[in-house]
Design a protein around this ligand. Structure first.
Ligand SMILES: NC(=O)c1ccc[n+]([C@@H]2O[C@H](COP(=O)([O-])OP(=O)(O)OC[C@H]3O[C@@H](n4cnc5c(N)ncnc54)[C@H](O)[C@@H]3O)[C@@H](O)[C@H]2O)c1
Length: 297
């Protein structure tokens, strides 16, 4: 089996650097026509320019691929819509959306300004929603779409100094969970990536030996699979880094049921270890499944 994207149009946001660049290069090398979106700028989102996106487009073209640059920010609904318009104007449609754009404004919550919070949520969560929202009617109408949102172990497991980022990165998982249900009838599949890679975002935290193992190119095969016709999975979280690929899932303890009377706070206190014990646990695929289990039907 060979995974190819001939006649497919892909948007990769934040594709001027790091992971997005690697995703764009891989998709283009397998035949996709790629919109390389990136407004440039530093890791904290300050500044900007066309060079980052242009360079990746040049790389793709030099390798014989097809790509067009777009410099709009994902963090504004109108400019996000223009990213999708670029795909339609240049290549006629869109089939694949990789929501990858990201920034960091790390600080302890105590020192974090509300602006740092708003900005990070805007790029990661609203940016993901805006670009996907603009592409959604096209994907739905053609009954084909592959969307990959980018989450993070920071949100899934927690990381000191990243309350803004961690919150935004788990928000995209909630977003994906809803879109899985809304997209399935239209063959629009939505998955979340939790990457680990050495990029300008993370390289200051890593030794050269670790960076060598954490090439962004080692993450992109997961994205390419999730964007392919071969992929039939949707609504799941995928860890990828250093050649390690693994599905992440959350589970719910069997718990304790207080029946036949109104439960009290003391019931909770007395049973808290059993309530917390996930050694026997359940996995739910929709909120309705969880509600049914809670109600006991
Ligand atoms: N590197 C990791 O280990 C890691 C871990 C977990 C999640 N991530 C996520 O992966 C994604 C890519 O990160 P990276 O490590 O390659 O970092 P990076 O800084 O190399 O790439 C992020 C890109 O997003 C672009 N960008 C920033 N604001 C934008 C905006 N408003 N609109 C469009 N593009 C914008 C930047 O210009 C940059 O090119 C991010 O969403 C990041 O949060 C990375």
């Amino acid at each position: 089996m060979t995974i190819r994207f001939d006649n497919r149009v892909a948007i990769v946001t934040g594709a001027g650097n790091g992971l997005g660049r690697a995703h764009a290069l891989l998709l283009a090398s397998r035949g996709a026509k790629v919109v390389v979106n990136d407004p440039g700028g530093a890791v904290d989102g300050k500044g900007g320019g066309q060079a980052a996106a242009d360079k990746v487009v040049d790389e793709i073209k030099a390798a014989g691929g097809q790509a067009v640059a777009n410099y709009d920010s994902v963090a504004d609904a109108a400019s996000a819509a223009n990213i999708v318009k670029t795909a339609v104007d240049s290549f006629g449609t869109v089939d694949i959306v990789v929501d990858n754009a990201g920034v960091l404004r790390d600080k302890t919550f105590h020192n974090m300004t509300t602006e740092d919070f708003d900005f990070v949520v805007k790029v990661h969560f609203l940016g993901t929603a805006y670009v996907t929202h603009a592409a959604w009617p096209i994907l739905r109408a053609k009954a084909y779409g592959r969307v990959v949102v980018t989450s993070s172990n920071s949100g899934i497991y927690g990381n000191f100094g990243q309350a803004n980022y961690a919150g935004a990165k788990l928000a995209v998982v909630g977003f994906m969970n809803a879109l899985r249900l809304e997209g399935q009838k239209y063959n629009v599949l939505v998955n979340a990536l939790a990457p680990v890679a050495g990029t300008r975002m993370t390289e200051s935290l890593m030794t050269p030996e670790i960076l060598e193992k954490l090439k962004p190119e080692y993450v992109s095969p997961m994205v390419a699979y999730l964007c392919s016709e071969q992929c039939q999975r949707s609504g799941e979280i995928w860890s990828a880094g250093a050649g390690n690929f693994a599905r992440i899932e959350y589970r719910e303890a069997e718990g304790v049921r207080i029946a036949g009377r109104a439960p009290t706070p003391e019931d909770v206190a007395e049973n808290i270890d059993r309530i917390a014990d996930v050694s026997a646990s359940r996995v739910f695929r929709t909120s309705g499944e969880e509600v049914a289990a809670v109600v006991g039907t």
